[in-house]
Design a protein around this ligand. Structure first.
Ligand code: GLN
Length: 452
């Protein structure tokens, strides 16, 4: 009730939720009360949560931020949604997002921009901007998100909360509306690393319905946070600082905040070593070939026939497809589909797509080489604090460039976390990114937990 009341009071201004499921939430809360009374509750039983609207939720509108799915009530739950239901989590509703998770500012949503709770004229980040704003404004204590190219870590950074994207394959993509399948990965938002640990533990697990789901025993990340009480709990931890991340491009105030946070890590006992990611600067061009290529294929299913938006007036079948897609998709989605079909077309495939795949491999190799010298990598999550609503809305390339520190991690399939590190000159939150080797989620969460 408390969170629903806060949503009623604050969501009209913030626009963090597309759908509020009041009845469903109250019913789930009553069921959770019964479990608590029966002594069968888990750590998340009765905890309210916001689901990014990319996750299919049975009986509840699932729009993916698009007009295309404005009338789509999913007949089934995503794997993540079922796991969290089974854990007794109370879903409050569906969080706003960039259309089909394409964007860095949440401005491409058909349902309007989300405001950053720290300063209402700023963007919350994207594409999981609604999830991050909801947690930052305490409309929900935890939220799910997805991170194809930074969409959990970047909005967490701009909204002053913690967000983790796990190793590719740890969270099932079944029922998570696909953007770029080889990069898409579910992730968790919370006010702290501890909250993220609880949520992530409940989201992971093998799922035979996702061919890239990894068959590994689930970990209890929250239990792994316990450690000896010591003034220098990170003694022995080697943190790598990529030379390329600490070069030009990072705003001065972000730099000062990250430097201070690194100094705090040293005070906690960690040592630092310079490492190099020479191909990291190629992450954006590689990503903006691979992601649109995959999206052009994934989004071909929205044809106005089986479900989703259908044009009211059309001639033949081709006209039905064309008009339904022209009306249902927004500008950024269309731009990506056009780029994607272009780079995959005959005669260009070798020059763009194949080349981008090569870069992807080089980037992954860079991380492996750097991780020979350190236990995890630290740097900024974003080059600046949150920019003003509208500032980059008409300049897609400037928007793409803001993802410089987050995207390489997706191309490599590695886990990454962003936690609050302090504030910039404008008083807005600055996030510090920790990147680990495959399956280093526990280490990332543990390290962030010590910092907090
Ligand atoms: N900003 C990136 C994009 O627009 C990443 C989005 C995401 O991670 N879903 O594609």
């Amino acid at each position: 009730g408390l969170f629903l009341d806060r949503i009623d009071a604050l969501n009209p201004e913030l626009n963090a939720f597309i759908t509020v499921d009041r009845e469903g939430a109250l019913a789930a809360a009553r069921a959770a009360d019964a479990r608590i009374a029966a002594g069968t509750a888990g750590p998340l039983t009765g905890i309210p949560l916001a689901h990014k609207d990319v996750f299919c939720t049975e009986g509840v509108l699932t729009t993916c931020g698009s007009k295309m799915l404005a009338n789509f009530v999913s007949p089934y739950d995503a794997h993540v949604v079922s796991l969290l239901k089974a854990a007794g989590v109370v879903s409050l509703g569906k969080a706003n997002m960039d259309e089909f998770a394409m964007g860095s500012s949440n401005e491409s949503s058909h349902y309007g921009a989300v405001k950053n709770p720290w300063k209402l004229d700023r963007i919350p980040g994207g594409s999981s901007g609604g999830s991050a704003a909801a947690v930052a404004a305490r409309l929900a204590p935890i939220a799910t998100g997805t991170d194809t190219g930074g969409s959990v870590r970047q909005p967490a950074s701009y909204c002053g909360i913690t967000g983790i994207k796990p190793t590719y394959g740890l969270v099932s993509r079944w029922g998570m509306i696909a953007y770029a399948s080889s990069l898409d990965q579910g992730g968790a938002f919370g006010a702290s690393a501890e909250d993220c640990a609880l949520l992530l533990s409940a989201m992971t697990g093998f799922d035979e319905r996702d061919s890239t789901s990894l068959e590994r025993p689930t970990e209890d990340y929250a239990a792994a946070l316990a450690g000896p009480a010591s003034a220098r709990p990170l003694e022995g931890l080697r943190i790598g600082l990529p030379r390329e991340f600490f070069a030009e491009g990072m705003a001065d105030d972000v730099r000062a905040t990250i430097d201070a946070a690194i100094a705090q890590y040293r005070a906690l006992g960690a040592s630092t070593v310079e490492v190099s990611l020479p191909n990291a600067k190629l992450a954006i061009p590689a990503y903006y070939v691979i992601a649109p290529a995959e999206c052009s294929s994934n989004l071909s299913r929205f044809d106005g026939v089986r479900y989703g938006h259908r044009a009211a007036d059309y001639g033949d079948l081709a006209d039905l497809y064309a008009k339904s897609r022209a009306e249902g998709f927004g500008a950024e989605v269309k731009r990506r589909i056009l780029v994607g079909t272009y780079v995959l077309s005959h005669g260009y495939y070798d020059a763009y797509y194949l080349q981008a795949q090569r870069l992807r491999r080089l980037i992954a190799q860079d991380f492996q080489a750097a991780l020979q010298h350190c236990d995890l990598i630290a740097g900024p999550t974003t080059p600046t604090t949150a920019w003003a609503l509208g500032e980059k809305a008409d300049d897609p390339v400037q928007m793409y460039l803001s993802d410089i520190y987050t995207i390489a991690v997706n191309l490599a399939g590695l886990p990454g976390l962003s936690h609050p590190a302090g504030f910039g000159a404008d008083g807005l939150p600055v996030g510090l990114q920790l990147i680990g080797d495959y399956f280093a989620e526990a280490r990332l969460l543990n390290t962030a937990h010590r910092f907090q």
